[in-house]
Ligand binder design. Structure first.
Ligand SMILES: [Zn+2]
Length: 219
């Protein structure tokens, strides 16, 4: 079975959910840089504070910091089988991470890219509301929740993210494209990239991912 996977995708593409499902099904580690940093921030560690400095200004992490976060996490939890969610964000991170992998005689086996039209990303992001503690997201329309409600998972307060405004979102999308397109090009030259249509339902996307991952294990 292909065990080291990268899952790429824009905001609101369902990347985190799919990574979680795949990790659970195949017994892999789900490496979410967002979740790791949220945890560090909640614990008030130096790394958490450093991370908050960047994200509170809507800035992306420096490559070296993102790489350290992922490497430390894998050093603790193991490098054998994982799915990366939210990393690598830049071609520089992808290259540097490959170097770290090859020094451990390992490599990325498979790269998936979830793809979603901008109009749909905007619709989903502007509709969503986020838990201030666990980071779960809900749809104001579908889940019938609003600002200040309690999170169904952990009970903390739900809020619209400060950067979930149309102007901020358009900036994030432009930045995402500018940084992520080179990541896709980079992997295209090595392991190849499988594009998945993120307009489909959660279950449809997950079953395609399962088929693709299982099919490779037979070869
Ligand atoms: Zn929560």
């Amino acid at each position: 079975l292909k065990r080291r996977i990268v899952l790429l995708g824009p905001p609101a593409s369902g990347k985190g959910t799919q990574a979680e499902l795949v990790a659970h099904r195949f017994g892999m580690l789900h490496v979410s840089t967002g979740a790791i940093l949220r945890e560090e921030r909640n614990r008030g560690t130096d790394l958490g504070k450093e991370a908050a400095r960047w994200t509170s200004q809507g800035l992306l992490f420096p490559d070296a910091l993102a790489l350290d976060v992922v490497e430390c996490y894998l050093d603790v939890h193991g490098w054998d089988a994982f799915i990366l969610d939210g990393f690598p964000r830049t071609a520089g991170q992808a290259r540097a991470f490959d170097a770290r992998l090859s020094s451990r005689e390992a490599m990325i086996d498979r790269v998936f890219s979830l793809c979603l039209p901008d109009e749909e990303i905007k619709r989903r992001v502007l509709d969503r509301i986020t838990c201030t503690r666990c980071g779960a997201t809900f749809s104001r329309g579908l889940d019938e929740v609003s600002d200040g409600d309690a999170c169904r998972i952990c009970g903390a307060r739900l809020e619209r993210r400060g950067d979930d405004t149309l102007a901020a979102l358009e900036r994030r999308l432009a930045q995402h494209r500018q940084l992520t397109d080179p990541v896709i090009d980079y992997y295209q030259q090595s392991v190849g990239v499988t594009v998945l249509d993120a307009m489909r339902t959660r279950d449809e996307i997950f079953s395609t991912l399962c088929e693709l991952l299982e099919e490779r294990s037979v070869v």
